[in-house]
Design a protein around this ligand. Structure first.
Ligand SMILES: NC(=O)c1ccc[n+]([C@@H]2O[C@H](COP(=O)([O-])OP(=O)(O)OC[C@H]3O[C@@H](n4cnc5c(N)ncnc54)[C@H](OP(=O)(O)O)[C@@H]3O)[C@@H](O)[C@H]2O)c1
Length: 315
């Protein structure tokens, strides 16, 4: 029997920030963190959807300690305002979960291609701005940053010559690039935590294939009813539930034996479903030179620098 929600430890006295907490995997992650006593700060871009989500969670967990905060990852200003509102608070777990998939080319408020901007750069900025708040005195249970990637990172490359798809754009390639960036970021953050001797760790996860709104985002407003029906059918037949899709995230965020620098995903059928296990990510995701370059570019684009040392080349 693999790891399940019943294995989430007691979380009273801890605080988690979850981006995209109003829907799908973020919502289920929020529910289980709250069920086990964590205070959950739900970082969402749409207040009414987030309030609906709190009612949904409280239907299950009446005493859930939830706080909705506005955070639009497509806006550096919104991310900065969110981080400022958290000033003075401690955060035990940051879950970089929000994402969008295979959408037509659009740009964020700051002129970034939206998938790269929201899925990667927004979380890069948010994590950097919350770094000071990520602290715990418990040496045996460090603060954690969990970044939700996708199995599709395996088809991704980082196109440093055209990061924003201005030359040519394919929605799936842009998604894969952003999800590879998630893994490269998570590993590089872990190396910097180690180099800075921080009481914190960084973990990457993927949820397999879970039935959420994600699969419909790319066809919103342009999909024929046939496309929508096919996606619904595929989700009904092949996908696991959003609850099951949240397990790798919950494992990485709470299990005492979860390891910094690891990549966790479902261990069942084609890594699309099942209990979380440690897995290998793509060869490209382990390339330290790409990770270092991506970090530098992300810092330049967002204007966010981390108070952490660069890892030595050999570490
Ligand atoms: N479901 C899967 O099979 C699957 C597979 C691989 C990876 N993933 C990853 O899992 C994560 C969660 O996705 P999901 O499946 O739960 O999809 P989902 O139900 O569509 O949820 C995505 C969440 O991201 C939020 N979001 C999108 N753009 C945002 C922005 N600009 N600012 C703030 N929040 C924003 C959405 O908010 P709104 O509701 O306001 O739009 C929503 O809360 C994503 O990172 C995704 O790449 C999912």
């Amino acid at each position: 029997m693999g790891w399940t929600v019943t294995d989430v430890p007691d979380l009273h006295g801890t605080t988690a920030v979850v981006t995209g907490a109003n829907s799908g995997i973020g919502l289920e992650t929020t529910r289980e963190l709250a069920r086990n006593g964590a205070t959950v700060i739900m970082a969402c871009r749409d207040a009414s959807s987030a309030e609906r989500a709190t009612r949904n969670v409280r239907g299950d967990v009446p005493d859930a300690d939830l706080r909705v905060e506005s955070c639009d990852l497509a806006s550096l200003e919104s991310i900065r305002e969110f981080a400022t509102r958290l000033e003075g608070e401690s955060v035990d777990v940051l879950i970089n979960n929000a994402g969008t998939m295979a959408i037509p080319r659009r740009e964020t408020e700051d002129g970034f291609e939206t998938q790269f901007g929201v899925n990667h750069l927004g979380h890069f900025a948010l994590t950097g701005l919350l770094l000071e708040r990520l602290r715990t005195d418990d040496e045996s249970n460090p603060a954690r940053v969990v970044t939700v990637s996708s199995g599709l990172h395996e088809r991704g490359t980082i196109d440093f010559d055209d990061l924003h798809g201005e030359g040519s754009y394919d929605g799936w390639d842009a998604y894969a690039q952003s999800k590879l960036a998630n893994v490269l970021f998570a590993y590089e953050l872990e190396r910097r935590f180690r180099a800075g001797d921080a009481n914190a760790m960084s973990v990457a996860v993927h949820p397999g294939y879970a039935d959420t709104k994600l699969q419909f985002r790319g066809i919103e407003g342009r999909g024929t009813w046939i496309r929508t029906a096919l996606r619904r059918f595929a989700n009904a037949v092949f996908a696991q539930s959003a609850e099951a899709g949240a397990l790798p995230t919950l494992y990485a965020a709470t299990a005492l034996d979860a390891e910094g620098g690891a990549y966790y995903g479902p261990g069942g059928l084609a890594t699309m479903r099942g209990s979380p296990e440690r897995q290998a990510s793509s060869d490209r995701s382990y390339d330290r030179e790409t990770a270092r370059r991506l970090w530098a570019v992300s810092s330049e684009l967002t204007g966010i620098t981390y108070d952490l040392p660069e890892p030595a080349v050999s570490t």
